[in-house]
Design a protein around this ligand. Structure first.
Ligand code: FDA
Length: 453
């Protein structure tokens, strides 16, 4: 079978959902656009774990045993994991995360947008504008938007086996999140280890605690969130986590698992010689962009598809958005690939505008922005974390942060516990990259400095 569309989006995640919204706003005609997504929500755990689930867990499994339209991925490590009143679809379909319309499967139908779900694009031929899907269909396009996101890095890729064990969880998609929820339900009062100290590890550790599971976090660095946090910022969050009972095991790594006769993980061997007793494991050791389809066909940078300020790749009919796109961040004169939800939303909107209304679309001028929420804490980061760091605010209280100053200009800002107006001021200030004459003044004024720019 073969079909033809003007516009094809590969991927059914955040960027695809926001691109669909933009196509909808611009009045795409029925039959012009299709979205192909391989995401499957059928729970693939062994039946033995299902037996141990409570009946409410089984009800949840049934709810998700179907294909799924694009949704807000960040919900999976936050409200989805709560023991009480958790977020469930259709509540967090895109584009509610940006207070936009919620695109249910019916929305796509009404707008004549074809959702081809539970279908993988197996190969792409960009020269002939042709895709081959896992169902054997050939799909041709005029414009292709690549929104294939990233995948969780597997333990096997760092030489450790055990990913398939029923009590080892990852967190990238709804199937992973469903497995995690059901594994947590069987582990109340038990011991979890979280492998990795990045944001997935931190958010999952908080959720495990809220689900009354004892947590040890294991990571090789000397403090959590090492790619963004300073030691001082990390120490604040680690203290909060410790006060909730989390045990930090830093400066060492997992080397192997101990399995029981049923193949379940019961222990974790660490590099420092310790063996931790384990009822469940959550692995958050990083992600890799899904770009294989385009290797040797498009130009790459930073492991992503290199695009220009229109999100257009080295092939003029192919655009890349979200986690796979390596795009020019004009503000800093650098090409960056960002695995941030805000970048996915905004690059999606911009690419659709560039395709449908090229003459009226200016250059993508993006301010990098990332956020996280754990327990009752909430932080945001804007800009670039390079240069000298100046901390400010009350690290014994609830509102504090840091500025990054590079070549005499403020280029980055982290703030915990801010309000809307603080964050708006920070975003504007980073765009202005103000010159700083006196670092002490920056420290003294704190967030007021941003408001005064
Ligand atoms: P996304 O991963 O959303 O979608 C990719 C889609 O493509 C998937 O549906 C995938 O199955 C599909 N696909 C891949 N290959 C395919 C193929 N060959 N054929 C068909 N379909 C294919 N960010 C942030 O700023 N703050 C936060 O708090 C969080 N929190 C967070 C929590 C969790 C659990 C995750 C996993 C991620 C976050 N993020 C985040 C990151 C954010 O969610 C991420 O940057 C966006 O989802 C990226 O959107 P994309 O559409 O690019 O990829």
């Amino acid at each position: 079978m073969s079909r033809s569309f003007d516009y094809v989006i590969i991927g059914g995640g955040v960027a695809a959902g926001y691109a669909a919204l933009e196509f909808g706003k611009r009045g795409v005609s029925h039959g012009e656009l299709c979205i192909i997504s391989d995401e499957s929500v059928s729970f693939s755990s062994s039946s033995s774990s299902s037996h141990r689930c409570s009946s409410s867990a089984l009800i949840d499994l049934c709810v998700f045993n179907e294909s799924v339209a694009p949704y807000e991925r960040p919900a999976l490590s936050k409200a989805f994991l709560l023991p009480e009143a958790p977020a469930r679809l259709p509540g967090f379909h895109t584009c509610v995360g940006a207070n936009e319309e919620r695109l249910t499967p019916n929305w796509y139908k009404e707008h004549g947008i074809e959702l081809i779900l539970e279908t993988r694009v197996k190969s792409a031929d960009v020269r002939n504008k042709k895709l081959l899907t896992s169902t054997g269909e050939t799909i041709t396009y005029k414009y292709l938007i690549v929104a294939t996101g990233a995948r969780a890095l597997k333990l096997e890729e760092i030489g450790i086996s055990g990913s398939d064990a029923e009590n080892v969880c990852y967190l990238r998609d709804l199937a992973d999140a469903t497995k995690l929820v059901n594994t947590m339900r069987t582990c109340k009062g038990g011991n979890a280890i979280v492998i990795g100290g990045g944001y997935i590890g931190m958010e999952c550790a908080a959720s495990l605690v809220i689900n009354k599971i004892n947590v040890s976090m294991v990571f090789p660095g000397s403090y959590c969130m090492g790619r963004l946090f300073t030691p001082k910022i990390a120490s604040y969050y680690e203290d909060v986590y410790k006060s909730k009972g989390v045990n930090f095991i830093k400066g060492t790594s997992l080397t192997s698992f101990v399995f029981n006769s049923e193949g379940k993980v019961t222990g974790a061997n660490l590099e420092d010689g310790r063996c931790l007793p384990v009822d469940m494991v959550v692995v958050g050791i990083g992600a890799r962009p899904n770009t294989n389809l385009f290797e040797n066909q498009l130009v790459f940078e930073n492991n992503g598809i290199k695009v220009n300020t229109r999100l257009q790749s080295s092939n003029t009919s192919v655009y890349a958005i979200g986690d796979v796109a390596s795009f020019p961040v004009k503000l800093f004169g650098k090409t960056r690939r960002l695995e941030h939800v805000d970048a996915a939303r905004k690059s999606a909107k911009h690419a659709v505008s560039a395709i449908m209304d090229p003459d009226k679309t200016s250059e993508f001028d993006y301010l990098p922005f990332f956020y996280s929420r754990v327990f009752s804490l909430s932080w945001r980061f804007y800009g670039d974390n390079v240069g000298e760091v100046v901390h400010f605010g009350d690290f014994n209280g609830t509102k504090f942060g840091a500025y990054w100053v590079d070549n005499g200009r403020v280029v980055g800002c982290f703030l915990e516990g801010g309000e809307g107006a603080d964050y708006d001021a920070i975003a504007e200030m980073i765009r202005a990259k103000p010159v700083v004459a006196d670092m002490g003044e920056l420290e003294r004024q704190g967030v007021e400095f941003a408001a005064g720019v």
